[in-house]
Write a protein that binds this ligand. Structure first.
Ligand SMILES: Cc1cc2nc3c(=O)[nH]c(=O)nc-3n(C[C@H](O)[C@H](O)[C@H](O)COP(=O)(O)O)c2cc1C
Ligand code: SF4
Length: 535
């Protein structure tokens, strides 16, 4: 067909390049479309990245920004330490550890060490112990939980790092399963949170059964605590200990609520509540109303189940702790473990003022409660557990120095299974499928793969805790003391951890007998890993 311009046919030479240009653009457009379709198909079918599965194509932006973030941030505002609750360096360390990628950082610290107040320094020994062998990260608890009170099922936890309470309901079914699988692989305990035991908690890990104010999984039809139901619930699952939750750092004193829309038949079954109705945890317990009643309940549960029984609490009014320890000292009752949750701790949803302004942060909370147990002579017979951003080697080690025998991790574990700190947990629209009950969003989370990632993170955290411990010249983190830390004041001054927290040199340590025993256990474990490494 002839083409005309001003009535004259166009010469061949002027027409061909234009047609070729159009053809080229069409071909290019087709190629781009095909590429996008291929990426879309890959994103939808792959199982490694929940974000890509849930948000095909668009989700790549997250990875591109993550990859080029360091370069971009040289020109744009935020630094690697600016974000909260977890800064970019911390998140990168968790993600890399979970994926078993290189988690080292190059070129030296990017922290403003000299000008940052309360900056934590671990004081290495002039005579450190040998660095752990590759794969060596066994750190059992220095205390046998429940032994001091003769509980029938007292036990020594195999790992000093365990999964903190997060309910099925706050987390998706797949996230709960991933947590359980990860804990099973890493030999860590999985705390159920106050939402009871579900089938997603039965993938191999030992459990800590948490009892909250709603008594989910162990309540009668009026919502009151029901001991026979508790006995039934724990006997049908691998429960090793029971934790009575008094409060949680992010929202102490107000309980909580799972909206009816999220109460699916499976959640309702685990909790023993009606489907589709708001599931309320009141502010306070109804089974007791003071420390005396609490201790009665602890003994009743321990007698009926044989399990160690402890409490979890954020720290506000100290009167409770004085009264509790006085009763433990003067009567034959007592808690087997105490979990201290810092006010900086996480939650699925909380009013801002409670998250920001109620309950002491972990370091202050722990260093106020532990001396009360010391004064009562009870610190060696109670196992202490800490929580509140302790999922990093240096913060965990300070927790041990302040008297913790174990640390619990929650949000760091969430990051290991894909949380990107979008901070939308309360909306139910978690893009990573972690904190949601939407089947569509959760389908991107592969419990098997993410379980392995959680295990990798737990192994790495334990290993780095062990490396720091040995750099301090002792074989177990429970033997690290507060004077092995120095706290910088941001004005070229520094004070030892012992002085900052008012700790006596012997505080934070297990009994002499426990210390000897754990040193022997660590030496045997190290020898075994020597053999493994040589093989
Ligand atoms: C999504 C979510 C759900 C939680 N659910 C519970 C719970 O059911 N019971 C509880 O005692 N603490 C709960 N917590 C608090 C954690 O167990 C933990 O104490 C707190 O987040 C501090 O640990 P972290 O700083 O490692 O996150 C929850 C935290 C998160 C993030
Ligand atoms: S909503 Fe955001 S912060 Fe909450 S679990 Fe999901 S990714 Fe993490």
């Amino acid at each position: 067909m002839a083409l005309y311009r001003g009535g004259c046919p166009l010469p061949e030479a002027s027409r061909a390049p234009k047609t070729r240009n159009v053809d080229a653009w069409v071909a290019f457009g087709l190629a781009v479309a095909l590429l996008l379709i291929a990426i879309l198909a890959y994103d939808l079918l792959q199982r490694r990245h929940a974000i890509l599965r849930n948000f095909p194509l668009v989700g790549h932006l997250r990875y591109i920004l993550e990859a080029f973030g360091p370069e971009l941030r040289q020109y744009i505002v935020t630094s690697n330490q600016d974000e909260r609750p977890f800064n970019r360096d911390q998140r990168r360390w968790v993600y890399a550890s979970a994926k078993r990628e290189d988690n080292h950082f190059g070129f030296g610290t990017s922290q403003d060490v000299e000008h940052t107040a309360n900056y934590l320094i671990v004081k290495q020994s002039a005579f450190p112990l040998p660095r752990p062998r590759p794969g060596e990260d066994t750190i059992p608890c220095a205390k046998v939980v429940g032994a001091a009170r003769g509980r029938r099922q007292a036990f020594r936890p195999a790992s000093v790092v365990n999964l903190s309470a997060m309910s099925y309901g706050a987390l998706s079914a797949r996230a709960t399963e991933a947590c359980n699988r990860g804990c099973a692989l890493a030999g860590s305990l999985h705390n159920t949170g106050e939402g009871g035991v579900s089938r997603y908690h039965r993938h191999g890990a030992d459990l800590v059964y948490q009892i909250g104010t709603g008594y989910f999984g162990c309540r009668d039809r009026h919502g009151r605590f029901d001991l026979p139901r508790l006995v039934e619930a724990v006997s049908g699952a691998p429960v090793r200990a029971i934790e009575i939750k008094l409060s949680q750092g992010a929202k102490p004193g107000i309980g909580g609520m799972l909206p009816g829309a999220k109460v699916t038949p499976e959640i309702a079954e685990a909790r023993g509540v009606p489907v589709g109705q708001d599931c309320i945890s009141p502010s306070a317990h109804t089974a007791f109303s003071d420390p005396d009643g609490l201790l009665d309940l602890v003994e009743k549960i321990a007698d009926a189940t044989g399990l160690p029984v402890g409490i979890k609490s954020a720290v506000g009014d100290l009167g409770f702790w004085y009264e509790l320890t006085a009763l433990m000292k003067t009567t034959s009752r007592g808690v087997d473990f105490v979990t201290i949750d810092g006010g900086e701790g996480g939650t699925g949803a909380a009013p801002l003022v409670f998250a920001d302004h109620v309950a002491l942060p972990f370091k202050i909370a722990m260093s106020k409660v532990y001396p009360i147990f010391v004064d009562a002579g009870l610190h060696e017979s109670v196992t202490f557990v800490g929580a509140g951003k302790l999922g990093f080697p240096e913060t965990a080690l300070l927790g041990f120095a302040l008297g913790c025998d174990m640390v619990n991790v929650a949000r760091e574990a969430m990051m290991a299974i894909g949380c990107v700190q979008a901070q939308r947990c309360q909306t139910g629209r978690c893009p990573a499928g972690v904190a949601t009950q939407s089947g569509w969003l959760a389908r991107g989370l592969d419990p098997d793969l993410k379980g392995r990632r959680l295990a990798n993170y737990l192994h790495t955290l334990r290993r780095e805790i062990l490396e720091l411990t040995r750099a301090c010249g002792v074989p177990h983190p429970s033997l690290v003391t507060a004077d092995m830390f120095e706290i910088l004041d941001g004005r070229f001054g520094s004070v030892s951890g012992a002085e900052v927290f008012g700790y006596d040199p012997s505080w934070g340590l297990p009994s002499a007998a426990d210390a000897t025993q754990i040193a022997q256990i660590m030496s045997a474990a190290s020898t075994r890993s020597d053999v493994g490494a040589a093989a």
